[in-house]
Design a protein. Structure first.
Ligand code: GP9
Length: 412
């Protein structure tokens, strides 16, 4: 019953800070485009292969917006769907399986529903089969108005490769659809080309393959470079469109592309030994927000995908009436920095705790275990509380939480 939400609410009240002032209302009333870049990790940013930049366009673009260099993905087996779950709910995905499959019948109070009350329409664009990751079912539960899937795109054989519709065509069609959309809108676009096994038609290969001991990593450089070119075409056209002045564009990586099975090759490329600390740091994904009123600035704040919803709501100046969220406004300097991964590892301002070992976050040097004791404990507590919400379908009691909060105020 609703009492099961009490420990969750107490925990969140004790540990999480509210929204900061820096970006409050900075994107009030604007459209939101979330752009999920498939398998895109931060190590490719400002990096090269044989002297050629892997993401030349993104490297420049990030100077124009709020760029987060210590932002982590927090997904597990549900991969892209987990990132979506984290983003729209500010709850953790599950430790096994994908919540998109196992808990699509839950009641949620996700971003689309909250924004709906503010007059927003919501949609997702992804040129894959609608049933993949059970999206067609889950998007209804999350309150999306519309899902543009494969059947809504001009997916021909010439314009496809491997997993499907190539990003450049996906972007082109998607922009055209957005230009026709009722505003304000909240729209999530999910790319596909930079997906394992990272292959491309010959005429789309803009740089050479890598020469490490992993074919996967060698290919990845090419698809990352291709994606960057497609991104360039999209963002440049978007900037020319009428949408630009009224829209905040949020670009982020959904999860890793290169798994730990390729550590040896990553070590060859990055020219260092990939230990647990380095492997953990490789789980950073880019986050960049572009739009009028957002200055070019790099933020080294430690955060993760779970923080995006509260960050965005604050920028939109929207009062989010769902108190069950584990993320915090990334722009709030007073936030307690804690980024928890689904494995119970964590990063905070000073330390990174991985598999029971504690490292200095900046230098990667091992420090005494005790320094990470609290972090590991909090990570475990946080994951367990988030799980209690998902497994218990506790958001169905959300309407009663106002009563709980009122009772608590009266008791004090
Ligand atoms: C599939 C796409 C990729 O539709 O979202 O999913 P992933 O395998 O990365 O989770």
């Amino acid at each position: 019953d609703s009492n099961e939400l009490v420990p969750v609410l107490n925990y969140l009240n004790e540990t999480k800070s509210g929204a900061g002032e820096e970006m409050e209302g900075a994107a009030e009333g604007k459209n939101v485009i979330l752009l999920s870049l498939e398998s895109t990790q931060t190590f490719v940013v400002d990096n090269t292969l044989n002297g050629e930049e892997l993401t030349p366009y993104f490297n420049d673009l990030k100077e124009e917006g709020a760029y987060f260099s210590n932002f982590y993905h927090q997904v597990k087996q549900g991969r892209t769907s987990d990132s979506e779950f984290l983003l729209d709910n500010s709850l953790y995905g599950l430790n096994r399986g994908a919540a998109f499959f196992t808990h699509s019948g839950n009641e949620y109070e996700a971003t689309p529903e909250v924004l709906d009350k503010e007059g927003y329409t919501s949609s997702v664009m992804h040129a894959n089969d609608a049933t993949f990751w059970n999206r067609n079912v889950m998007y209804d539960s999350l309150g999306y108005d519309r899902f543009y899937s494969k059947k809504d795109y001009d997916v021909t054989e010439e314009k496809s490769h491997s997993w499907g519709y190539l990003d450049e065509y996906f972007f082109e069609d998607s922009l055209a659809k957005m230009e026709e959309m009722e505003e304000p809108f909240y729209n999530k676009m999910i790319t596909l080309t930079n997906h394992h096994p990272f292959t491309l038609p010959e005429d789309k290969q803009l740089i050479e393959k890598g020469e490490t001991s992993s074919q996967t990593l060698n290919n990845y450089f090419q698809t990352i470079r291709y994606q960057d070119e497609a991104l360039k075409q999209f963002v440049e056209e978007f900037k020319q469109s009428d949408l630009y002045d009224d829209t905040v564009l949020v670009i982020y990586g959904d999860h890793f592309g290169i798994s730990e099975n390729h550590q040896q090759a990553m070590g060859e490329y990055l020219d260092k030994d990939i230990n647990d600390y380095e492997q953990f740091q490789l789980q950073r994904v880019p986050l960049l927000m572009i739009g009028e009123g957002i200055e070019g600035k790099e933020y080294d704040t430690v955060g993760g995908q779970i923080d995006l919803r509260p960050t965005l709501m604050n920028m939109l100046g929207v009062e989010d009436d769902n108190p069950i969220q584990f993320g915090q406004d990334l722009f709030n300097e007073d936030r307690q920095e804690l980024m928890v991964t689904r494995d119970g590892n964590f990063a905070n301002e000073e330390y990174v705790g991985v598999n029971g070992t504690c490292y200095d976050r900046e230098t990667g040097e091992e420090v005494e275990d005790a320094a990470c004791g609290e972090g590991f404990e909090q990570a475990e507590e946080e994951l367990a509380l988030s799980d209690s919400v998902v497994y218990g379908d506790l958001l169905r009691y959300l309407d009663e939480t106002e009563m709980i909060e009122e009772e608590e105020t009266t008791d004090q």
